[in-house]
Design a protein around this ligand. Structure first.
Ligand SMILES: NC(=O)c1ccc[n+]([C@@H]2O[C@H](COP(=O)([O-])OP(=O)(O)OC[C@H]3O[C@@H](n4cnc5c(N)ncnc54)[C@H](OP(=O)(O)O)[C@@H]3O)[C@@H](O)[C@H]2O)c1
Length: 326
């Protein structure tokens, strides 16, 4: 099969087309003929050599695909050969064929193209797991999304606002802030010109938000504590601004705050299967009703994975970048 491999750690050009044998299936896996594969920032980290491949996973990049099931163990999944699905995978998405645990497959939402569906799994699994499961965003609570224009950000804004929450989002330009507002954020905050702590406090009457979804960390954590309501929660999913923070733990103690962190990729299939069931039940109907939409910024052919990574690293995009395979 045709695939894209990381020839050595480095710049986007290290992503090169190659020929590889079809993936070997493990128990519980299906073979997907990939129509499209989503790109995520963790793929960039992997290309740079900063994200080791988990044991047993493909060395090829790519954490999400959409395509046709052509082989494998279907078990009690309800899927049949020939079905179109999208799937969260542990690697190997930038290829004509990819192995996926059947429990991590979801049907292509009605009305979506494979390119659109390929843009969903990684960010929807991550946002559901962090915002709703770990941080427990509940009825009537408010959310601040850092990096609102990222693939993760556009998913978090849409999901939380479709489920009835007030959402605020930070982004690096006025244009990106407006895009966040069009997706459902009550207010986009341009972090280059405005202090998100002041804006959030003023918009919540001094109370603060209940949950922060954070991919920046570093200096942001102390400021997030300053704009959290009592019993508030920070869900850390990345450290774009640094891994060290100087925070007042007295605030955490007195105001019963929670700081949690997690990475999705190394979690076991059973953990991801539980998220898949929640997404299918709670989120797929929102997508099929048009209340939550895929936000695909640009599509590249598989062979142009290097250009797609360069675009992601430029941060010019809003939403997702996808590779078309078929
Ligand atoms: N923990 C997990 O399980 C998990 C899973 C998936 C993704 N992630 C992480 O979530 C983050 C978003 O992923 P994605 O695929 O959505 O990426 P993405 O679309 O490339 O978004 C990253 C965004 O972060 C902002 N940014 C970049 N560098 C920054 C910095 N130094 N300080 C502040 N903001 C910065 C940029 O927006 P502006 O131009 O507006 O600043 C950019 O749009 C990544 O860090 C990724 O590694 C974690």
């Amino acid at each position: 099969m045709r695939a894209i491999e990381i020839t050595q750690p480095g710049k986007p050009e290290v992503l090169q087309p190659c020929e590889r044998p079809l993936p070997e299936l493990k128990p519980g896996e299906v073979l997907i003929r990939v129509h499209a594969a989503g790109i995520n920032r963790p793929d960039v980290l992997q290309r740079l050599g900063h994200y080791p491949v988990p044991p047993g996973a493909s060395d090829l990049p790519g954490l999400e695909v959409a395509g046709e099931i052509v082989d494998g163990e279907l078990g009690e999944s309800g899927f049949a050969k020939g079905d179109m699905v999208c799937a969260l995978v542990q690697g190997g998405g930038y290829a004509e064929y990819c192995a996926a645990p059947v429990a991590q497959c979801l049907p292509l939402p009605k009305g979506l193209t494979p390119v659109e569906a390929a843009s969903l799994p990684e960010t929807f699994f991550t946002v559901w797991s962090n915002v709703f499961d770990r941080a427990g965003l509940s009825d009537g609570e408010t959310l601040l999304v850092q990096g609102g224009s990222s693939g993760i950000g556009v998913t978090a804004i849409q999901l939380a606002s479709a489920l009835g929450h007030r959402v605020f989002a930070t982004a690096g330009s006025d244009e990106k802030c407006r895009a966040c507002e069009e997706l459902g954020a009550e207010r986009g905050i341009n972090y280059r010109d405005e202090d998100f702590v002041e804006v959030v406090k003023s918009l919540t009457g001094g109370r603060g938000v209940d949950v922060v979804l954070d991919m920046v960390a570093g200096d942001y954590v102390a400021r997030e504590i300053a704009c959290l309501a009592d019993d508030g929660r920070i869900a850390l999913i990345a450290l774009l601004g640094g891994a060290k923070a100087n925070v007042d733990l007295g605030q955490v103690l007195r105001r019963r705050l929670t700081i949690s962190g997690s990475t999705l990729r190394p979690r076991p299939v059973a953990f991801k299967a539980a998220i898949a069931r929640n997404l299918r039940e709670r989120v797929w109907p929102l997508i099929e009703a048009g209340l939550v939409k895929p936000v695909v910024y640009r599509v590249f052919p598989l062979e142009e994975a290097a250009q797609a990574h360069a675009l992601m690293e430029s941060s010019a995009h809003v939403g997702k970048i996808v590779l078309r395979v078929v």
